[in-house]
Write a protein that binds this ligand. Structure first.
Ligand code: HEC
Length: 97
């Protein structure tokens, strides 16, 4: 089974199972993050004083940049879940901004 096919299949199953749940699951975001994102930097990057990210939309952008740089091929939902996870755990931005 090709990777893409597997990814599509698990996405469809995920959407079916989650069709009644709330929009973005930050627990899944945490798992995605811890599996893929701690290779280059630790959690402390998000809480250091001179951190770069200054708003929710910039955080989202940064997650996309790091995702692409890591050669991950994430769905928008996965990017959103990781952004929500980082925001809830570290950044605490107003999501409207
Ligand atoms: C290939 C290495 C690499 C991987 C893998 C990686 N990042 Fe990064 N990330 C970086 C570098 C380099 C920076 C910039 C660090 C700096 O400014 O000192 C950065 C910065 C960030 C920042 C901004 C931190 C701040 O200053 O507020 C966020 C958020 C972030 N990464 C999220 C992620 C996420 C989410 C993933 C997983 C999809 C990820 N990163 C995977 C290299 C990586």
């Amino acid at each position: 089974m090709s990777l893409l096919y597997k990814a599509l299949l698990s996405y469809m199953i995920f959407m079916l199972l989650n069709s009644t749940a709330y929009a973005f699951d930050s627990e899944n975001g945490e798992a995605l993050h811890d599996d893929n994102c701690v290779r280059c930097h630790k959690h402390s990057l998000y809480t250091r004083k001179e951190r770069e990210v200054k708003s929710y939309s910039l955080l989202h952008e940064r997650v996309v940049q790091c995702e692409l740089m890591s050669e991950l091929i994430w769905f928008d939902d996965e990017v959103n879940e990781v952004t929500v996870y980082l925001n809830q755990s570290f950044y605490h931005f107003n999501q409207e901004k």
